[in-house]
Design a protein around this ligand. Sequence first.
Ligand code: DC
Length: 224
Amino acid sequence: MAFNVAIDGPAGAGKSTVAKAVAAEENFIYVDTGAMYRAMALYFIREKIEPADEASIAAACVNVNITIAYEGGVQQVYLNGENVSGFLRTEEVGNMASATSGYIQVREKLTELQKQLARTADVVMDGRDIGTCVLPEADVKVYLTASSLVRAKRRYKELTEKGVSCVLEEIEKDIVDRDYRDMHREHSPLVRAEDAVFIDSSDLTLKEVVERIEAMIREKRPCR
Ligand code: DC
C-alpha cells in the first residue's frame, strides 16, 4: 500500500517548500497539484479564453492533456506533450489558475490524475483539496497556513530577490483576494479537513514545520 501525505493550505503558506523537504527526507515523490492547475490555466491564456467564460473553459478541457514526469526527482508538467514547467510560476498564470480552478470540468480532470499518482507511489501531495477530496484516506493530513502579512512578506522577499519591483500592500491584497476565491468557490473549496493537523507557520522555521510532519509520519509507519 502506498503511503500518502496530504498538505493543504492557502497560497504562500510554504506548502511546496515544506512538501519538497519532507518528500526528500522520506524518499517519497512530491506532487505539486497547483502546477497542474497552472498548466491548465496556461492553456486558457494561450487560447485567449476569458476566465468567466465557463462554456469555452468546459469545451477547452476536452482538448487538454496534462501529464507528469519526474526528471532528476523534479516534477515536470507536460501540456499536450510540451514541457511547460518553466512557464507556470508567474502572477498571470497564478491568477488565471485561481479563477478557473473552481470549474468542475477542470477539477475532475486533474483530480483523477492525482488519485492515480497516489495509488501507485508514496507521495507528499500539496494543494487545496487533497485531504478533503483527492486523498480523503491519506495517512497524514496537514493544514498549513500563515497570516496574510507573513505570506505577503515572504512573496515580496522572493520577488525583490529576483529583481522584480513590487509593493507589499498590493501583494497582500492579491493574497487575500486569492484566499477568498479559493475558500468560497462552489466545488472543492479550500477548507481544513476535520482530521487534518493545523500548523500555523507564521512564527515557525521551515525546519520546525518539517520536523512536526516527520514526527506524524513516524507515528503512522513506525517500523520504517
Ligand atoms: O498552489 P498554487 O498557487 O500553485 O495554486 C494555483 C491555483 O490552483 C490556486 O489559486 C488554487 C488552485 N488549486 C486548486 O484549486 N486545487 C489544488 N489542489 C491546487 C491548486
